[in-house]
Design a protein around this ligand. Structure first.
Ligand SMILES: [Zn+2]
Length: 276
């Protein structure tokens, strides 16, 4: 049966969000989802739908003499199509957006006979020692991986992924991103057990989710502060602002989130009350 496109999109979004992916804070380059043919990044909702990779339609694959591997399932790319219709009351032309989708396959993993067209951009950075020290002092932290394209904390496997340092134009943004995910990880039930992390099936944009984002970003800003990194604060502030809007600008929540963020930072730095 052909599923309604809204259902497909909603399911995939929930799936991504349950993995902890927040795609629009993206201070790194490389590794996102791009069109194989044009190497242009997909935008909007598609950044939720597609894991990092290079995507081509069946027709593009055929034209390039490639072949989809047996049993590979396609991914969905959505776009808006504008339909012109006359409004009966005003007799004026009206544009109605229609959500449409097409199917694509990831060239490197799902297709035979095509080569990657990706050219990666790299930046040379020296590690920032004080920030590295925070990473090292987090004794019972989660496992870490550094694969390109996405930053997330997955509570179910207690694992953080952060794109590598060389994919960030600014070294400071790498640490800010990594620390943000580290703060999330303190919410795991075996650590500080914060509802934003321990609640199963948190819906994107709901209050629990938004609060957890506030805690993570404020915590990251605090840890950056302790490492002497202060040029990421603007990004953090606009990110926090966007979540505050979701929380109806309730500034009391910032105070509450700040207290939780402080706790999280102390936890990472090994300064919890028990150890005093
Ligand atoms: Zn987050």
């Amino acid at each position: 049966m052909r599923k309604n496109v809204y259902t497909i999109v909603t399911e995939r979004i929930m799936d991504q969000l349950n993995k902890g992916v927040v795609p629009w804070r993206k201070p790194w380059v490389n590794g996102g989802a791009v069109s194989w043919k044009t190497q242009k990044a997909y935008r909007g909702i598609n950044t939720f739908l597609l894991p990092p990779g290079e995507y081509a339609t069946f027709k593009q694959i055929q034209e390039a003499k490639g072949k989809v591997k047996k049993g590979e399932a396609s991914h969905v790319v959505v776009f808006w199509k504008w339909l012109e219709k006359e409004n009966k009351d005003t007799e004026k032309a009206q544009k109605i957006p229609l959500l449409r989708y097409y199917r694509v396959f990831e060239v490197n993993s799902q297709v035979e006979g095509l080569n990657s067209k990706r050219e990666e951009q790299h930046f040379d950075h020296d590690p920032i020692e004080k920030a590295e020290a925070i990473y090292e002092v987090y004794i019972d932290g989660p496992t870490f991986t550094f694969s390109p394209g996405r930053a997330y904390y997955s509570p179910s496997i207690d694992q953080i992924n952060c794109p590598p340092l060389r994919h960030f134009p600014k070294a400071e943004e790498f640490y800010s991103t990594l620390l943000h995910e580290m703060v999330h990880s303190t919410g795991h039930q075996k650590r500080l057990s914060r509802s934003g992390i321990t609640t199963e099936s948190v819906a994107f944009g709901d209050e629990v989710y938004s609060k957890e984002e506030l805690v993570a970003e404020m915590g990251a800003a605090m840890l950056c502060g302790t490492a002497g990194i202060d040029n990421t604060i603007e990004n953090s502030a606009s990110y926090i602002q966007s979540w505050l809007r979701a929380l109806k600008e309730d500034h009391k929540l910032v105070v509450h989130a700040a207290a939780q963020a402080q706790k999280a930072c102390d936890y990472i730095l090994g300064e919890n009350e028990e150890s005093e």
